[in-house]
Design a protein around this ligand. Structure first.
Ligand code: SF4
Length: 489
């Protein structure tokens, strides 16, 4: 509404941009283009020609009611499927906002063509005078092998712009790019990544999708447990990695994109897992369990933690078998809708027990186009319409975040405050069973309290002794005297 545009494109855009450009070239006005997939437009409601579409609550309704907002979010999410999605409509006063269905995914040939364009493969020269862009090192020798992600975690907007349908580049195209990388002046023999949104996806998650699309609603291909229809196969990806490894001038091929460990564990053939550990980890493998409490993982749309534990066990067993000193870098998130301070304490205890020390922690913040953002704003789970706990309090967010790095000395005070607020002061102390040591002030306070308690108990003791003595004197003076003498000795 605010953009004032005649037409907006969404998604990855290659098809829609090309189609719109061709129509403009043919003399059609942007304001007349109504039927291109992957575009949105605004039209006076009375001019709209009805067709298969889903009506969202109006803008005025969602502005007034969080419940209506959640309904609107659910309807939009459900239609973001290139194969079965319908138009999404929303009234804004007398105007109607129309979102056409997403563009169809690119075929493998088309995706290859996109990645084989003559890119400059570096940052814009305008940054040169500022000393360049250091982040280029991360991506300079990385290859994108796929697009889309059927993981569809609730906090990730990727399902909205790339979609859940997974497509991938051909082996030839990937090898061509790998060979090109070996010719670049900065190439030192290392290919840093062969991945994508999720490194180890290469195919749609099941066979029905080109006809029926991916399942609508909260049903996910991998969470909380893998769907029985899931097709798990790493053989093609493994073949590609083997061929890149064998290229002249290539010393190492790493995988730095996230590995979906539950998908990996669902593969009865562990050849890929073995070669991943043996050849493709540059010291640390990134994985994203995100949390450990089942209710929080459900709110995130992630698998329960048991699958991570199975994966972790096998990962370290394979590292031992191949004589590799390699680690896991677990991505964890604090304050996701559904996560209470007590849940964050549980997560801290889990990390301690598993000897996991996240170097970075992501504190949830709302990003457009996600189920989690809808939960954050409305306090409702749009799939179930049930209330979800949400913290927006900066103090609590800081405490949840600190708990995930409870071992960092600079977070000690925050962690102590969090444990007290969560009713878990029993986790503050010296020793391996505690999460955090007391601060010097706490120690001084404890020492003073102890001294005061000792003084009080001494005073009480002597008070009760004299009371007893005066009573016994009154009743049996002699015995009282002996008792006093004995005590003195
Ligand atoms: S049937 Fe299973 S694997 Fe296929 S789209 Fe639905 S949830 Fe995913």
């Amino acid at each position: 509404m605010e953009s004032g545009a005649d037409l907006l494109t969404f998604g990855m855009g290659e098809r829609s941009v090309k189609e719109v450009a061709q129509r403009l070239q043919n003399g059609q006005k942007a304001s007349e283009i109504r039927d291109v997939r992957g575009t949105c437009y605004l039209i006076p409601t009375k001019e709209y020609e009805p067709g298969p579409a889903v009506d969202c609550p109006s803008f005025e309704q969602v502005q007034k009611s969080k419940k209506e907002y959640a309904v609107s979010c659910r309807k939009q999410q459900d239609e973001q499927d290139a194969f079965r999605g319908r138009r999404v409509l929303q009234k804004h006063g007398s105007m109607l906002l129309v979102q056409n269905p997403p563009a169809l995914p690119l075929s493998q040939k088309e995706l290859d063509a996109v990645y084989e364009l003559p890119y400059m493969r570096t940052y814009h020269p305008m940054y040169e005078k500022e000393g360049g862009v250091p982040a280029i090192q991360e991506v300079e020798f990385s290859i994108t092998q796929n697009r889309g992600c059927f993981g569809a975690c609730n906090f990730c907007s990727l399902a909205f712009h790339q979609g859940r349908y997974v497509t991938s580049r051909s082996e030839e195209s990937i090898l061509k790019e790998a060979k090109l990388l070996t010719t670049l002046p900065n190439f030192k023999g290392y290919i840093h990544d062969v991945g994508g949104p999720t490194a180890n996806f290469r195919h749609p998650s099941c066979l029905k999708q080109e006809k029926d699309g991916l399942c609508p609603g909260p049903k996910k291909c991998l969470a909380p447990t893998p769907c029985p229809a899931l097709q798990v196969d790493h053989s093609e990806y493994l073949d590609i990695l083997r061929k890149i490894r064998a290229l002249p001038k290539v010393k190492k091929v790493f995988i730095r994109s996230g590995i979906r460990f539950d998908y990996l564990m669902a593969d009865p053939d562990d050849s890929f897992f073995r070669e991943l550990v043996k050849y493709h980890v540059s010291g640390q493998l990134k994985v994203a369990p995100e949390h450990c409490v089942p209710e929080v993982l459900d709110a995130m749309g992630k698998p329960h933690i048991e699958s991570f534990l199975r994966f972790q066990k096998k990962y370290f067993a394979l590292c031992r078998e191949y004589g590799k000193e390699q680690y896991l870098v677990p991505y964890m998130m604090s304050s996701h809708p559904g996560s209470t301070l007590k849940d964050a304490v549980e997560l801290a205890l889990f990390l301690k027990k598993q000897h996991l020390r996240p170097e970075q922690v992501q504190d949830f913040y709302p990003t457009p186009g996600t189920i989690a953002t809808c939960m954050y704003y409305t306090g409702l789970n749009p799939w179930t319409m049930k209330p979800v706990y949400v913290t927006k309090n900066p103090k609590e967010k800081a405490m949840q975040r600190a708990l995930l790095q409870y071992f960092e000395p600079h977070l000690q005070r925050e962690v102590i405050a969090a444990l007290k607020a969560a009713g878990r002061p029993d986790l503050i102390g010296d020793g391996s069973q505690f999460l955090v040591r007391p601060t010097p002030e706490m120690r001084r306070e404890q020492a003073m309290k102890k001294a005061e308690n000792n003084r009080e108990s001494d005073e009480n003791e002597s008070r009760s002794f004299f009371k007893h003595q005066s009573q016994t004197k009154r009743t049996n003076g002699k015995r009282g005297h002996h008792h006093y003498e004995n005590r003195k000795h």
